[in-house]
Write a protein that binds this ligand. Structure first.
Ligand SMILES: C[S@@+](CC[C@H](N)C(=O)[O-])C[C@H]1O[C@@H](n2cnc3c(N)ncnc32)[C@H](O)[C@@H]1O
Length: 214
């Protein structure tokens, strides 16, 4: 039995149309800036071994994994088939609206590392997803949830839009802990802009990551 902690109001969002409409057109853009993306790839290099089976949940045409490492197997999930089809880091993928159905079509304890990038903020049933990710993760496997301070705000539930960066970190940590994830830690980093970007800003998109072990 999954422990539910959010209220109905916290799960509600401005745009209640089926998420499938919103994601029906592919977006071949980067949702996060270059500084964020390179920090994320560096984190993956530090934390994921090449013999891993990886699940990139809520993915797109990019998975941010280091290109020079050949991972054992990378499974992708998302909302737009054309985006996932163009993601050359995925060995296979499937499309599923997680706000409609939370059951993942994966066997128990088959994944070493689960990833979510800029996706958690759209989950209306995060407790079920945290429980499902734990089910499919091998013992001692890990989950890495990364995000910044951007979102498609009309598609994000109130729990996200009403919180600040610290609230977002604490919210994800509390949901993961409530579903039995262990050693829940986080990274919160300001990344100085480099090169051309320095003309416009001192810092890149802020980098946040919540990391947990099964
Ligand atoms: C801002 S994009 C981030 C995509 C990708 N992780 C990246 O780093 O570019 C948000 C993603 O969340 C996923 N997503 C949003 N709403 C969803 C839903 N209801 N069910 C499943 N996935 C959803 C989609 O895969 C969408 O591409």
């Amino acid at each position: 039995m999954v422990v539910k902690t959010l209220t109905l109001n916290q799960r509600s969002k401005e745009d209640n149309n089926d998420d499938a409409y919103f994601y029906s057109t592919p977006r071949f853009v980067h949702h996060l800036d270059e500084g964020f993306r390179s920090r994320l790839t560096e984190l993956y290099r530090e934390r994921i071994s090449s013999n891993s089976t990886i699940l990139d949940l809520m993915s797109s045409w990019v998975s941010h994994l280091p290109n020079d490492i050949k991972f054992n197997h990378v499974i992708g999930h998302g909302m737009n088939r054309l985006e996932l089809d163009r993601n050359n880091q995925l060995n296979k993928y499937w499309v599923q609206n997680l706000n409609k159905c939370q059951k993942l079509p994966l066997e128990d304890e088959t994944i070493d590392t689960c990833l979510i990038v800029a996706g958690w903020q759209y989950l209306q049933e995060p407790e079920e997803i945290a429980a499902e990710l734990k089910r499919v993760t091998k013992n001692n496997g890990q989950l890495i949830v990364s995000f910044s301070n951007r979102a498609f705000w009309t598609k994000a539930p109130r729990i996200w839009i009403e919180g600040d960066d610290n609230d977002h970190i604490n919210y994800i940590k509390s949901i993961l802990s409530s579903q039995g994830w262990e050693k829940v830690e986080h990274l919160a980093e300001k990344i100085p802009a480099k090169g051309f970007q320095k003309i416009f800003t001192d810092y890149t998109d802020p980098f946040f990551s919540v990391i947990a072990r099964k």
